[in-house]
Design a binder for this molecule. Structure first.
Ligand SMILES: [Zn+2]
Length: 165
């Protein structure tokens, strides 16, 4: 990367109108092979608008530890992926299960029919037992992690020992 590369900015191509061009002073380079501004060099440069989504590794420090469950999943494109989730956060939502995944801790919904080790997931769900009602879940979430001596909360903890937000 030369010093002059710093002056490039991504823009809409003035010739073909796609958002796949870059500009430096009066020079425009476009990724569209059918365009007068087409540049092979620019096309071979990784698309800066896509990079963030597909290439950046997921970061975070969320670790389910002993509550980890491995999820083997085949996505819409037929790609096999393996996820590490927290089995205490498993919830059934129609044809999906939602679960918090490492390393970000973000909750995602997975199509149950695409989970390769569905039996493990079913077993974990069975272990979790019945799900608290939305009202009960709200109370549990509110006092979680505190030494709350609230009778109603302690009762719910006893009723749903495996539950995690
Ligand atoms: Zn163009």
């Amino acid at each position: 990367m030369g010093l002059l590369d710093m002056f490039w900015s991504v823009c809409k191509c003035p010739a073909c109108g796609t958002a796949m061009a870059r500009k430096r002073f009066s020079t425009v380079q476009c990724r569209n092979p059918g365009c007068v501004n087409y540049s092979a060099q620019w096309q071979s440069t990784p698309d800066p608008t896509k990079k963030r989504w597909s290439q950046e590794p997921l970061r975070g420090s969320y670790d389910p530890g002993a509550d980890a469950i491995e999820l083997s999943y085949v996505n819409f494109f037929g790609d096999k992926k393996s996820f590490k989730g927290n089995k205490k956060t498993l919830r059934v939502r129609g044809k999906h299960v939602s679960v918090c995944l490492a390393p970000t801790g973000r909750r995602v919904a997975l199509d149950r029919s695409r989970i390769q080790n569905a039996a493990d997931v079913e077993a974990a769900l069975k272990e979790l037992g019945p799900e608290p009602s939305p009202k009960e879940a709200r109370l549990l979430r509110e006092y979680m992690g505190e030494d709350a001596e609230i009778a109603q909360y302690l009762e719910l903890r006893k009723k749903y020992p495996g539950w995690a937000p």
